[in-house]
Write a protein that binds this ligand. Structure first.
Ligand SMILES: NC(=O)C1=CN([C@@H]2O[C@H](COP(=O)(O)OP(=O)(O)OC[C@H]3O[C@@H](n4cnc5c(N)ncnc54)[C@H](OP(=O)(O)O)[C@@H]3O)[C@@H](O)[C@H]2O)C=CC1
Ligand SMILES: O=C(CO)COP(=O)(O)O
Length: 336
């Protein structure tokens, strides 16, 4: 059994803590808010982020990152836009040898960068310690030990295999890959499509529109991914089509929920102010839009999402513009 530190006691960090603790691992769950730590200690529940679940006795709570030195694995579940600063603030804490497992899904809005790039920039070259653990997985289910299948991606295949061997349990199956780029892009970009799908729900569009958005969204994700050096097959896997399906179809999804509210006519500021949880697809839309421009890739859904989110474009007009693009060949258009 392993000693695991999890940084970020939002819904995902807490759910993973519960899953690992339930199967015998010792988990330290770090939150920045000392009052939240005290409440979790007293009540053994994360009332805001994962209500209704009694947290396992193998989890200890802390607000001190240095209280977690010497663990076998550090798992970082702080939202994407906060990770650069979080790592910089605690650079010494992360200067050890243990694997660093990132579970946040997104691209940095200010730079368009993937999280593996940010880790290397802030902590020095940590490619040999870096793992990304993604897949179709809502916290509300993982926290209740409902069957879930993820992918551990690492440049060092032996490290991915060690994570698989150490952390897999009967309700959390892990696959491995060395395609860090593909896994990071699939996990980040599906949130944009889930926002778009939510909008179609809010607008009263039908199942046909949603199936089309998922399929053509996957084409855009694959296009950006392949141009960035990813293996195209990764986008047919758990962290591509798998995560796209769960996020676009589940009532648990924060991105889809935000999209529904936007489709119903609420403003972005209002939706984000009342969500109470992170909506990664919003900043990632900005990042993906800029990356697509830099790389010269056509990403029409992402471009229209950018206009709707940040330039107050009308969502019905955006849908019409997508429907009336010039005719294309499906296969020829897939990677071009
Ligand atoms: N929820 C899910 O089902 C899944 C989420 N993910 C990914 O995990 C990541 C975290 O998401 P999730 O747990 O859902 O988010 P939540 O909104 O549930 O929680 C966010 C957590 O991050 C903390 N936080 C916010 N800003 C900072 C900061 N600057 N420094 C340190 N901590 C900070 C919050 O603390 P505070 O309360 O003090 O603000 C809170 O504990 C996201 O990238 C998401 O895409 C991946 C798979 C599944
Ligand atoms: O990544 C997720 C599911 O795999 C969570 O998606 P949301 O952030 O939209 O809830």
């Amino acid at each position: 059994m392993s000693n695991i530190a999890i940084f970020g006691a939002g819904s995902w960090g807490t759910a993973l803590a519960q899953s690992f603790a339930s199967y015998g691992h010792q988990v330290s769950l770090w939150a920045r808010n000392i009052d939240q730590v005290a409440k979790m200690n007293d009540n053994r529940v994360n009332a805001h982020y994962l209500p209704g679940i009694r947290l396992h006795d193998n989890i200890r709570f802390t607000a001190d990152v240095n209280d977690t030195v010497g663990v076998d694995y550090s798992i970082i579940a702080v939202p994407t836009q906060a990770q650069r600063q979080f790592l910089a603030d605690h650079r010494d804490r992360f200067s050890g040898q243990e694997p660093l497992i990132n579970v946040a899904k997104g691209l940095e809005a200010s730079s368009g960068k993937r999280l593996s790039d940010i880790y290397n920039e802030v902590l020095g070259d940590v490619d040999q310690r870096y793992v990304v653990l993604y897949g179709p997985s809502h916290a509300e289910e993982v926290g209740r030990n409902m069957p879930t299948v993820l992918v551990a991606a690492a440049h060092d295949e032996a490290l991915a295999a060690k994570v698989q061997q150490d952390l897999m349990n009967e309700n959390l199956r892990l696959y491995t890959t060395d395609d860090v780029t593909g896994v990071e892009l699939g996990g980040a970009l599906k949130n944009i499509i889930a926002l778009a799908i939510g909008m179609t729900v809010g607008l009263g569009y039908g199942d046909n529109a949603r199936a089309a958005l998922m399929t053509r969204g996957l084409a855009e994700i694959t296009r950006l991914g392949v141009k960035s050096g990813a293996n195209p097959l990764t986008f047919l896997g758990l962290t591509g089509v798998g995560d796209l399906i769960v996020t676009c179809t589940s009532g648990h999804s924060r991105n889809r929920t935000a999209g529904v509210q936007l489709g119903q006519g609420r403003t972005l500021d209002d939706v984000l102010a009342h969500m109470g949880m992170v909506v990664e697809g919003v900043p990632t839309t900005r990042a993906a839009y800029e990356r697509a421009k830099e790389l010269g890739i056509s990403m029409p859904i992402v471009s229209h999402m950018y206009e709707v989110l940040f330039n107050a474009a009308d969502v019905n007009q955006a849908a019409l513009a997508l429907m009336t693009r010039s005719g294309k060949s499906e296969q020829e258009d897939y990677l071009n």
